[in-house]
Design a protein around this ligand. Structure first.
Ligand code: PHB
Length: 395
């Protein structure tokens, strides 16, 4: 009977196939499988410069280090979330994880957008590398979040200490009225008053469609020795314009700010209004190292002369973190395994030495105090003081 002859043979063939499938096939399929990364950033709207900078850095990283690592091709799926609607960011993250099967999420230009996507990372068990959004609480919202940018608390505390040390006695604080601004305000007030300074007033402007003029008029009337400002990247030129137009500098009020206000991407439009302004941040395009010069030149060359800013560096380091983690897992993109090796990782960034705090998954780095100075025909933030290995102090 044909059946009785065929059955054993079929079993043998199936058996061999099953053995193959159990060993060689999944391995080769695994190695050939591209690793998809969902990059969600604002490429349009008021914060489009953030997306442009991040996308440029991701492209440069892959051009320099290749588009595969540990046998996996790394495919970037770029999504524009427009930068203002958390529900849009959340939907994009959901689609990327459940439909496109991305194995990592990256980007996140603003705090509310990062917070909206956090539950998706938790549900999908995918690493979520936050390269831009900078409110302290963000990594606490998912055990899969790792941050390669910075926090406002981290850069503000050293500036408050610097101001007090440098005989500034009275300050008005002025921030954008949302997560990072509230963190900056709280940390500045705490550190400055503890060091003996006096905060005369704390003003907050709306994030959406702000009109800075009335706020700066109030600052002028309060007559502080200095004004401390945080506004998110992209907004600094408008604040500097009102600071000048309202005659605050002429009235003897000093401006001090986080580096977001004197964002390298905006320095050409701010121009001489920035001269002499002291700020604190984790990155300046003028950071004096050979690696940084090479980085700034490469970003400019690939992007019509664009000056690299801190968002680009956050993304460049986000790519480094992902590539190095994949090397350590030998190409295994299991979220928990990637997180395990990302925790505690350290490397030399173009901004200086950095590490990922194993307990908080937040970045530890040097915070620099800088002064805006003319260099040739341009204005740069020139670093002149620093605090090394500085962790997010929280709020
Ligand atoms: C944020 O929304 O967390 C944010 C955005 C831009 C900045 C800083 C913080 O420059």
């Amino acid at each position: 009977m044909p059946e009785s002859i065929n059955h054993p043979r079929r079993h043998m063939v199936l058996g061999a196939g099953a053995a193959l499938a159990g060993s060689i096939l999944p391995l080769s399929a695994f190695a050939a499988d591209p690793l998809k990364v969902g990059l969600i950033v604002p490429m349009s709207g008021p914060f489009a410069s953030t997306g442009r900078q991040i996308n440029a850095a991701v492209k440069l990283y892959q051009q320099k280090y290749g588009d595969s690592v540990a046998g996996r091709k790394v495919e970037i799926l770029l999504k524009d979330d427009g930068g203002i609607a958390p529900d849009v960011t959340k939907r994009l993250a959901q689609e990327l994880v459940s439909r496109d099967k991305v194995q990592a999420l990256m980007g996140f230009g603003l705090t509310p957008l990062a917070l909206a996507a956090a539950p998706i990372a938790t549900q999908g068990k995918v690493p979520m590398i936050v390269t831009a959004a900078a409110t302290s609480i963000i990594p606490q919202r998912s055990p899969f979040i790792v941050r390669t940018g910075f926090t406002l608390a981290q850069v503000t505390a050293p500036l408050a200490a610097w101001a007090a040390r440098n005989k500034i006695k009275s300050v008005v604080t002025f921030v954008s009225d949302y997560g990072p601004g509230l963190d900056a305000e709280k940390v500045f007030v705490k550190n400055f008053t503890e060091a003996g300074g006096k905060v005369l007033d704390s003003l907050r402007a709306p994030l959406r469609n702000p009109d800075y003029a009335p706020f700066l008029q109030r600052v002028k009337d309060a007559k502080p020795e200095a004004l401390f400002v945080f506004v998110p990247s992209g907004e600094g030129a408008a604040v500097l314009k009102q600071f000048t137009d309202r005659g605050l500098a002429a009235a003897g009020i000093r401006l001090i700010c986080t580096g977001d206000v004197l964002d390298d991407d905006l320095m050409a439009s701010i121009g001489s209004a920035a001269l002499g302004v002291v700020s604190s941040h984790h990155y300046s395009a003028a950071h004096p190292s050979a690696a940084n010069k090479e980085y700034v030149d490469a970003i400019a060359k690939m992007n019509n002369g664009m000056r690299a800013n801190f968002h680009s560096v956050g993304a460049y380091d986000g790519m480094h973190l992902l590539y190095e983690a994949l090397k350590q897992t030998k190409g295994d993109s299991d979220g928990e395994k990637l997180l395990a090796v990302m925790k505690g990782m350290s490397w030399d960034s173009v901004r200086g030495p950095v590490s990922i705090d194993a307990a908080t998954r937040d970045i530890v780095q040097t915070v620099y105090i800088r002064r805006a100075e003319q260099r040739g025909s341009e204005v740069y933030n020139i670093e002149f003081d620093q605090v090394d290995k500085f962790k997010d102090p929280g709020v």
